[in-house]
Design a protein around this ligand. Structure first.
Ligand code: DP6
Length: 330
């Protein structure tokens, strides 16, 4: 049997309306829909090589050999792909991020999107984009959104097949810029998988889920109309609500640091001065600052002068996950 190998690349993504909490932890069926933008330029590139003579999967990320729960998570994901293809072969997985891991950029999103695409391509499976999105979701919920390109909606659904993400506007629809204000490089104490499982312990989660459809509709409408002020309002609100749930879960999760709050306040201040920028924050202390076209330089200058900001990453809307043609086989 020939060696079956493929390489794929996927961008990370940033949620405007957040995913926090599942109705099924194993299948990662989100309790509500979410909306995101792919982060062009911030990607994971993964090569998967299935070899019949291997006795176990091996995984390296940025040159580091993985073991324990990290390895198990990848191996478990490959089991889904092996089952789909009806093969037993173990694989060598080599993955690299072009952005610093632990910088508060969701590496699991780009990682599981690239892994799903590379593994299925290596085994000659031709999944539709929706099927690939559902598959990626099993590895990491947000990875479902890194499969399609541009501005994306994850339809929460209620089964494996009905929970997937799809593009609602292409990457070139609106030239927003994400300037990520890094205030800490420390690894987060509670990962998102653990966090999702705690969401239901907050009394605020019911209210959050109940009001989510309205925020999803407002966000999508603002994006499609390119209405920056309306988008700013709903995205900041959704981020604040998710963090309120996090802070009131049992045990509570506090992801913000003093510098996080300082950047949030500064962003609101700059907006009141006429600079088109808003913030959103994931499960970490770093602040994503979204800038309207023509405003990124002013925001970059201010972030550079902002106390506590140790680095700034930049991304603009990115395309879908793709197989690299040079090594494509089958
Ligand atoms: C706060 O997709 O990282 O970034 O499914 O356990 O891998 P797992 O969780 P993950 O959760 C993302 C949480 C978030 C919000 C979001 O991206 O929607």
């Amino acid at each position: 049997m020939p060696t079956m190998t493929a390489t794929a690349q996927a961008f990370s993504n940033l949620a405007f309306i957040k995913y926090w909490g599942n109705i099924d932890e194993t299948l990662r069926l989100a309790a509500s829909g979410s909306i995101s933008m792919n982060l062009g330029g911030l990607f994971t590139r993964t090569t998967v090589t299935f070899q019949p003579d291997l006795t176990a999967d091996s995984v390296t990320v940025d040159g580091q050999v993985m073991s324990g729960s990290g390895l198990e998570r990848v191996s478990h994901h490959l089991d889904y792909v092996r089952k789909l293809a009806g093969v037993q072969s173990r694989a060598i997985v080599e993955s690299a991020n072009n952005f610093p891991t632990g910088a508060g950029i969701a590496s699991s999103a780009s990682a599981f999107a690239a892994l799903s695409l590379a593994a299925t391509a290596a085994l000659g499976l031709h999944l539709s984009e929706l099927e690939l999105s559902s598959l990626a979701r099993l590895g990491s919920g947000s990875a479902s959104r890194s499969v399609p390109g541009g501005f994306v909606e994850w339809i929460a659904g209620s089964t494996h097949e009905t929970s997937f993400a799809q593009t609602f506007a292409p990457a070139d629809y609106w030239a927003l810029t994400d300037l990520v204000a890094i205030v800490s490089r420390a690894h987060k104490r509670t990962g998102s998988t653990e966090g999702h499982a705690l969401a239901g312990t907050s009394v605020l989660q019911t209210a959050r889920l109940q009001s989510a459809p309205e925020r999803l509709a407002r966000c999508k409408d603002a994006l499609l109309r390119r209405d920056f002020a309306a988008l700013a309002e709903v995205v900041e609100l959704d981020s604040n609500i998710m963090h309120a749930v996090m802070m009131t879960s049992i045990p509570p999760l506090f992801y913000w640091q003093p510098e996080t709050l300082a950047v949030m306040e500064a962003v609101r201040e700059w907006r009141s001065e006429g600079i088109e920028v808003f913030y959103t924050i994931d499960a970490g202390p770093n602040v994503h600052c979204l800038c309207a076209p023509g405003h990124e330089q002013a925001v970059h200058e201010r972030l550079t002068a902002q106390a506590g900001v140790i680095d700034i990453l930049k991304a603009t809307p990115g395309g879908p996950a793709r197989v690299e043609p040079s090594v494509m086989q089958n």
